[in-house]
Each structure stands twice: as structure tokens, then as C-alpha cells.
Ligand binder design. Sequence first.
Ligand SMILES: CC(C)(COP(=O)(O)OP(=O)(O)OC[C@H]1O[C@@H](n2cnc3c(N)ncnc32)[C@H](O)[C@@H]1OP(=O)(O)O)[C@@H](O)C(=O)NCCC(=O)NCCS
Length: 186
Amino acid sequence: MTELFTERLHLKPLEHGDLTALEKMFADAQHMWDLMDIPGRSNDATELASFYLRRSLWAFEQYGAGIWGMRAIESPDEAIVGYTGLLIYVGEVIDTTGEVETGWAVAPGHSGKGYAVEGTRAVFDHLFDGLGAQRVAAITSPDNWPSRRLMERLGLVHEKDITAYQGTQVFYAIARDSWRARSVRA
Ligand SMILES: CC(C)(COP(=O)(O)OP(=O)(O)OC[C@H]1O[C@@H](n2cnc3c(N)ncnc32)[C@H](O)[C@@H]1OP(=O)(O)O)[C@@H](O)C(=O)NCCC(=O)NCCS
């Protein structure tokens, strides 16, 4: 399974050993408010953690991409500082010529360090170059400004508003050519 490295992060596909850290993240409902109250999904931290793990394990098996746990290279024995990757449901077929949905979270103590943008850049490189994705998308609540800022830092563009999850969501996306052009400029 693909592991990714950045200057400060080691990204490894989520594994059973990450469940406690994931659970702790989901237990902070104030920080994770945008991932709560999704119709048909539990708000229980243990159930959410295992739901994320389950779909990630399946996605890596099917597509070679799922959700990566981000570990700080300077403290390799500590728990994951967050996750980033492909949001896909067990049994879902992804069309890499269409929309590939991505998502992320960092533990509250690790927000504002640039980990989400750094890790997600490596994931996008893998989705475009490894998986052959033509477009990558992300959705968030209109009021989730930290997530919107992250999308904009990554170069995703707000294309439209849609109805999904808990109601109106802003839909951002970037095409492979734009991603490549940004990478060349960086
Ligand atoms: C969305 C979320 C992942 C964004 O995390 P984040 O740490 O703010 O995002 P980034 O990695 O882009 O970090 C950028 C911040 O780190 C700062 N930073 C510090 N060092 C940095 C570095 N080396 N590189 C880049 N940014 C750095 C930036 O100035 C910026 O701060 P600002 O937003 O106050 O301007 C986080 O708020 C979160 O986990 N939210 C809860 C889960 C959630 O809502 N997920 C999305 C659901 S759709």
C-alpha cells in the first residue's frame, strides 16, 4: 500500500492502530462539527472512526488510494496528527475521469501548522499521477472557512453550490492540467 512522504510528514494508509487517535479526533465534536449530524451516519466517535477505517481499507484494496493517516516525521512514535485522502464508500465505483472526492482533518492540537495542506499536496500528486485522476473535488459547509482556505491554498476553485450531506455545500475542484501547472510554478 502506498506510503507518501513530505518534508515533515509520513503518510500511511489508515490502519487499525490509528483507531484510538481517530476516535479522539471525532470525540471533539466542536472541532469536527462539519462532519457531524450527517443523515444516515452515526455521531458516535468509535463508530465514526471504524467507518473511516473500513472504507479506507476497502478503497486502498480497490484503487490504491484511500485515507492516509499523517504522522509527524519528527515524532514517529506519536499518534497520527490527522488524515487526508479519498472519501469513498465501500462498494462505490470511482470514475477517475469525473469527480474524485477528497477530505481531511487534523487533530485540534495540530491545526494551523500547515500539515493539512502539506499532506494533501502529496495525496493530490498521487491521485493525479498514480491513479490517473482527471479532476479532484472537495465539498464542505459554506461556513467551514478553515477547510475552504485549505482548498484555495491547494488551488481548488469554488465551482458551484450543491445539496449534499447536511444541506448546502460548496463544491470545489481542480483539473489535472491546473494541478500540474501549479506544481511546475511552485
Ligand atoms: C480543515 C482543517 C483540516 C484545516 O487545517 P489547517 O491546519 O488550518 O490547514 P493547513 O494545513 O492549510 O494550515 C494552514 C494554517 O497553518 C499556518 N501554517 C503554519 N505553518 C505553516 C506551513 N509550514 N505551511 C503552511 N501553512 C502553515 C497557515 O498560516 C494557516 O493558518 P491560517 O489558516 O490561520 O491562515 C482543520 O481546520 C480541521 O481539521 N477541521 C476539522 C475537520 C474538518 O472540518 N474537515 C473538513 C470537512 S469538509
